[in-house]
Design a protein around this ligand. Structure first.
Ligand SMILES: Nc1ncnc2c1ncn2[C@@H]1O[C@H](COP(=O)(O)OP(=O)(O)O)[C@@H](O)[C@H]1O
Ligand SMILES: CC(=O)N[C@@H](CCC(=O)OP(=O)(O)O)C(=O)O
Length: 263
């Protein structure tokens, strides 16, 4: 029997930080047919608000190092400001959205990352996704809007990369739905030259990715994004695309846009 489609879309900090881009994205999201889940980041806003109150951002290979103060900051920014603003904007479009962190409904259980070469602080590695909760919410025509915060079931909140959350949700749901995973960011796709928007790679397979890594053409947040995309591919997620949140309208019309992740 053909499975129903669920679109899992992640938007990043640069879309959230731009009122116009966010409004446009929300309008386009409304037009995507079928069931939908939105995962959002908010890294830029967390950096900006942090700077104002004396909390400096600290990253290693695109992943934030999260001390106690930073954890409080990101809980307020991702779980409060960003999540609730997006939910309200959806309600204005008649999309009945429900905002969740990984602690709500025990949605995402994670383990604090063990200190190895780098101490990432309160960063969570996902152990379990409550797929039954998501299936239940989707069946009631609710649209989950998920912020990048997880918990350890012992009362500790943890910071988890938004692309990783979207990937883990995609993997957890792929046995029940035909999952389309869209990792949206500020550029048109994976670029051969990060300074040239026209150098977009329409397709990327693991071998070509290894080659790009070897040539140091992938850095910052693109590294975790692509690692997540290839893990989703391995787990059997049907369609994985990396592209601009501005181009989601084109993508809905089935026109080629962004970078397709393929085997
Ligand atoms: N080869 C590449 N193609 C496109 N972007 C790249 C590439 N290598 C590094 N990047 C950088 O990665 C960024 C995306 O990662 P990130 O900022 O974490 O995204 P987001 O927070 O929007 O999900 C891009 O804005 C770009 O600066
Ligand atoms: C552990 C880790 O890196 N967490 C990310 C979560 C937010 C995120 O993914 O936001 P963007 O998509 O806007 O980058 C962070 O705090 O930056």
């Amino acid at each position: 029997m053909k499975k129903e489609v669920v679109n899992i879309i992640k938007i990043g900090g640069k879309t959230i930080d731009n009122e116009e881009a966010l409004a446009q994205f929300i309008k386009s999201f409304y037009r995507i047919p079928g069931k939908k889940i939105l995962v959002h980041g908010g890294g830029i806003l967390a950096n900006q608000i942090g700077e104002k109150i004396g909390i400096k951002p600290n990253f290693h290979e695109g992943r934030r190092i999260t001390d106690t103060e930073t954890l409080d900051l990101i809980t307020m920014v991702y779980g409060g400001l960003v999540n609730k603003k997006i939910v309200a904007k959806f309600q204005a479009q008649n999309v009945n959205a429900i905002g969740l962190s990984g602690a709500d409904g025990n949605l995402i259980v994670a383990k604090k990352r063990a200190v190895q070469k780098i101490d990432y602080g309160f960063a969570g590695d996902i152990q379990k996704v409550n797929k039954d909760l998501l299936i239940n919410l989707l069946s009631q025509n609710l649209t989950p809007v998920i912020c990048p915060i997880t918990h350890d079931e012992k009362g500790q909140l943890l910071n988890t990369n938004g692309d990783t959350i979207a990937k883990e949700i995609a993997c957890a749901l792929q046995a029940f739905y035909e999952v389309n995973l869209w990792l949206c960011f500020d550029k048109k796709g994976v670029l051969l030259n990060v300074n040239d928007e026209e150098s977009i790679l329409p397709k990327l397979n693991p071998k070509a990715y290894a080659d790009l890594l070897h040539k140091s053409l992938i850095h910052d947040g693109m590294k975790p994004k692509l690692e997540n995309a290839f893990q989703a591919l391995k787990s059997g997620v049907s369609i994985i695309r990396i592209g601009s949140a501005d181009d989601i309208d084109i993508a809905i019309k089935e026109e080629n846009t962004g970078t397709f992740i393929c085997a």
